[in-house]
Each structure stands twice: as structure tokens, then as C-alpha cells.
Design a protein around this ligand. Structure first.
Ligand code: IDP
Ligand code: MG
Length: 156
């Protein structure tokens, strides 16, 4: 099981798309194990996007991410990182395939609604930036044995 860090960016929150997007993850069978509405500080945005420092879009990205509240989610499941990235679609709203979150809800390249960790290392680092100990709660789901085939003893 993996847990990934998802951020519903300021445009998703302002446009009233939180529920729609959360529904997609829940309907898929992924589990929301952490959630926090917050305004990201410049310092936290800089740490989160440290690998993009120096790029032409960096200042705009930090300005955007700190401009209005975001909804930060911890999303859990088997292969949750790769599945979430696929559900998000390509980075630019103008290029993202229909059927993906970015493809269905937006047209902008920089205001692209959602962030998702891109590797297990990134997920661990980013979850640590946004959630304190105990704020992510991987509770037992009663429906788990219908979301996954557990007949072999491990989730399939
Ligand atoms: P990702 O969010 O799909 O992982 P990254 O390349 O990690 O894409 O870029 C981080 C964020 O920076 C993007 O989600 C987008 O908001 C913004 N961004 C990336 N490239 C550009 C660009 O060329 N112009 C404007 N914004 C960009
Ligand atoms: Mg990225």
C-alpha cells in the first residue's frame, strides 16, 4: 500500500471542484486518509517545489500556490502514486486527455487544478511537509475486501 500527497490547487478550490475531484479518487477505490484546507506559505511552497527553483515558471507557480487556500489530501491504495498521476493527466490542461482530472476540468497550463507526488520518495517527502504526525489516519475500511480481491491473503 502506498500513500501519496495530492493538493487541490487554489483554482480547484475557488471553482468549487473539491467535491468532484475527491469523488473521483473515492469512486476509483482509493482511500482519503488525510485532508486539510490551508493557505500555503511562501516558505512551504518553496520547499515543496524546490526541484523547480530557477525555472522560468517558478515565481508564477509559487505566487499561484500561495494566492488562496488549497485542499491537501493524503490518498492511499495499492499503486496510489501512479494511479493518481494517471487520473490527473498531463501537466498542461490544454494537453491533458479527456477522462483525466486536468483534461476534464481545465484548459490552463499553469492553473492545472491538482498536484500529485511523482514517486515514492517524493510522496514521503511531501507528506512530511504537509502533515504532522497523526494527521494521516489510515483507518480500516469495512469495504476493503470488496475494493481489493483479498482471497489470496494480499490485495489484488
Ligand atoms: P506536474 O504537476 O504534472 O508534476 P511539474 O513539471 O512538476 O508538473 O510542474 C509543477 C507545476 O508547475 C505544474 O503542475 C504547473 O502548475 C506548473 N508548470 C510546469 N511547467 C509549466 C510551464 O511551462 N508554464 C507554466 N506553469 C508550469
Ligand atoms: Mg511534478
Amino acid at each position: 500500500m502506498e500513500t501519496t500527497l495530492i493538493i487541490l490547487k487554489p483554482d480547484a478550490v475557488q471553482r468549487g471542484l473539491m467535491g468532484e475531484i475527491i469523488s473521483r479518487f473515492e469512486t476509483k477505490g482509493l482511500q482519503i486518509v488525510g485532508a486539510k484546507l490551508m493557505t500555503i506559505s511562501k516558505d512551504l511552497a518553496a520547499r515543496h517545489y524546490e526541484s523547480h527553483q530557477g525555472k522560468p515558471f517558478y515565481d508564477g507557480l509559487v505566487g499561484f500556490m500561495t494566492s488562496s487556500p488549497v485542499l491537501v489530501l493524503a490518498v492511499r491504495g495499492m499503486d496510489a502514486i501512479a494511479i493518481s498521476r494517471k487520473m490527473m493527466g498531463a501537466t498542461f490542461g490544454s494537453k491533458a486527455e479527456p477522462g483525466t482530472i486536468r483534461g476534464d476540468y481545465g484548459v490552463s497550463n499553469s492553473f492545472n487544478l491538482i498536484h500529485g507526488s511523482d514517486s515514492p520518495e517524493a510522496a514521503e517527502r511531501e507528506l512530511g511537509l504537509f502533515f504532522a504526525d497523526g494527521e494521516v489516519q489510515p483507518f480500516n475500511r469495512a469495504v476493503e475486501c470488496w475494493v481489493y480481491d483479498m482471497t489470496g491473503g494480499s490485495p489484488e
